[in-house]
Ligand binder design. Structure first.
Ligand code: C2E
Ligand code: MG
Ligand code: MG
Length: 564
């Protein structure tokens, strides 16, 4: 490619700003073999041409002494313009003294009058244009166009350079993430989302102005910062949150993870993994938005890594077992066993019994939950079939469907295949979806739930009232059963207000015409109060903890004995 044509094959354009017609012409003649040339007679006219933006210039050749607006003033003016300042300016002058002043004002080179060496002038123009374009290419690759912060690769590259020259400095790795950013995009549009990200990068840049450090943006709504070690995060984070709250954009909450005084023996990526781990600790936490990476967290991370490593083996060796907790219908004279919930247990050969609270959220965060849930569904389906054959009656079993499963395009096929294999009907295997999943992406969830219901599956909304759904959402989402969150039951006898909440949930269910399951019922008195108020089904330690299938058979047998 010809150096004076751009990548589209067009000739680059040069603006000559000069009041003397003879000088204009001479200069034009020299460079017009390589460039398309435009002319302005003074600074004022040149500014007008540049601001009209109908032509893009690669270079400006500027005289100093001109009427209306002189060269120096012109230099000052374009330096304050975000776009124009990137066009390189070569000053044409006969005054040697002016050179220092011109450099100070942003000129990049000089051409001496008279123009007695055309070859040299042309070569200079070419070199300056090339340099300035290379700079622009590098800048566009190293900077994120939206925020002006570094891109991830360059960020790590510059950290390595900083470390090369200054490896003894104590530094912190910081990760900032926007809580539920997708909701901001959904509610305020991309522009609203972008404004939030720009504001955050401004707040970061403000901080960077007073310390040594750099920052970048990764994966849409995450920022990495590497800067001097500091101890004021407890005040800094609220300060930044304040800066966001006072800007004229969507309500946003940031969460921040800090790995202080990074261990230089590790590689840079590990530092930010640690900071990110800390940041994830406060995901969805509305009282804390800052977390530090410390020894406790380090141990936890190691433990979690172990679980991730061991999951495949656990499925193979059947260390994962499904327990069943009975649900009793309490509408009649005596409670009647009506179904069960399948709950996973991990009997780890070295770590002992691990409860789902320790691994379900972890596997939800990395997608492994799908594998685990499918295992539970397979086990539960086989169990339903076994009981049907043994007792000649169906005990429907509810399985938990994680929010991650909802996004699996094969979800329905997988469930149908299970039914087919064990010759079950869809009402025999019920699907519990936790309320918080409804808040993630309500539209997608509604569609999936509708399709599942069309195929005959029954949907139970789990943990209802745990704080995510709005009344509006409840009325638009099709469900078959409402499972009241356990905390209502725990508190209902403690104060009047909690009892009122239980009544409210029961009213909502009545309005929706769906039965309510009360989870976590532990006492006769809780059961009586719920029954009095019209609750339909009870699940809880009052009847039984979740038990292995053999033990569950005692409940089935009891039920059968009563009926005979
Ligand atoms: P969940 O689906 O709301 O399950 C009910 C939890 O309440 C179970 O805890 C159960 O053992 C416990 N529970 C039942 N009755 C009582 C009671 O009277 N008192 C008390 N204190 N607790 C009671 P578990 O088995 O530890 O499970 C915790 C959560 O883990 C479940 O909440 C569910 O969200 C998740 N989980 C369990 N198994 C699976 C699974 O196979 N897949 C998925 N995706 N999540 C699962
Ligand atoms: Mg459940
Ligand atoms: Mg529940």
């Amino acid at each position: 490619m010809n150096s004076f044509r751009n990548s589209a094959g067009l000739m680059r354009r040069v603006l000559i700003v000069e009041d003397e017609p003879i000088n204009r012409e001479m200069l034009g003649n020299i460079i017009q073999q390589d460039y398309e040339v435009s002319y302005a007679e003074d600074g004022r006219q040149a500014l007008d041409m540049l601001q009209a933006k109908d032509k893009k210039f690669s270079l400006i050749l500027l005289d100093l002494l001109m009427p209306k607006m002189d060269g120096m003033t012109f230099l000052d003016r374009i330096r304050t313009d975000e776009e124009l300042r990137s066009i390189p300016v070569i000053v044409v002058t006969s005054e040697e003294d002016a050179e220092v002043e011109c450099i100070r004002r942003g000129a990049v080179d000089f051409i001496r009058k008279p123009y007695d060496m055309p070859e040299v002038i042309l070569a200079r123009c070419r070199r300056i244009v090339e340099l300035s374009e290379d700079k622009a290419v590098i800048r566009s690759a190293e900077r994120d166009t939206l925020t002006g912060l570094y891109t991830k690769d360059f960020f790590y590259e510059y950290i390595r350079q900083m470390e090369h020259y200054n490896s003894r400095r104590d530094m912190d790795a910081v990760v900032i993430n926007v809580e539920r950013f997708h909701l901001i995009n959904e509610s305020y549009g991309r522009q609203g989302g972008n404004a939030v990200l720009q504001r955050i990068s401004e707040l970061i840049t403000e901080q960077l102005n007073s310390c040594v450090g750099i920052a970048c943006r990764v994966e849409a709504d995450t920022f990495f910062i590497y800067w001097d070690h500091r101890d004021d995060y407890e005040t800094l984070v609220p300060e930044m949150q304040n800066g966001l709250d006072h800007s004229d954009i969507a309500r946003t909450r940031i969460r921040v993870g800090v790995y202080k005084d990074v261990d230089k023996a590790d590689i840079e990526e590990i530092w930010f993994d640690h900071a990110k781990t800390a940041c994830d600790r406060v995901r969805g936490n509305y009282t804390h938005q800052l977390a530090m990476y410390d020894l406790m967290l380090h141990k936890r991370t190691l433990y979690q890594e172990r679980l991730i490593r061991d999951i495949d083996g656990a499925i193979r060796n059947r260390d994962l077992v499904v327990f069943y907790q009975p649900k009793y219908m309490i509408r009649g004279d005596r409670p009647v066993l009506c179904s069960a919930e399948a709950l996973i247990r991990w009997k780890h050969p070295e770590l002992g019994m691990i409860s789902p609270g320790d691994f379900v959220p972890l596997f939800e965060s990395n997608g492994l939950i799908q594998k685990l849930d499918e295992y539970v569904w397979r086990e539960a389906a086989a169990q339903i079939r076994k009981w049907r054959e043994k007792y000649n009656r169906t005990i429907p079993v509810s399985v938990n469907v994680s929010r991650i499963d909802i996004y699996d395009p094969m979800l329905e096929e997988k469930l149908e295949e299970l039914l087919e294999r064990h010759q079950l009907s869809p009402e025999e295997i019920m699907l519990e979806i936790t309320e918080s999943a409804y808040a993630d992406n309500a539209q997608c969830l509604i569609e999936v739930v509708e399709r599942l219901r069309e195929r005959g599956f029954k949907i139970e909304m789990d943990d209802f009232g745990s704080g995510y759904s709005s009344l509006n959402m409840i009325t638009t989402i099709p469900i078959d059963v409402l499972k009241m969150d356990m905390k209502f039951i725990r508190n209902m006898e403690k104060d009047e207000k909690s009892m009122k909440l239980v009544e409210l949930v029961l009213d909502i269910a009545k309005f929706l015409k769906v039965p309510v399951v009360a989870e976590g019922v532990e006492t006769q008195s809780q059961l009586d109060k719920l029954k009095e108020r019209g609750c339909d089904i009870i699940q809880g330690y009052f009847f039984s903890k979740p038990v292995p299938p053999e033990e569950f058979e005692v409940f089935i047998q009891n039920e059968l004995n009563r009926n005979t």
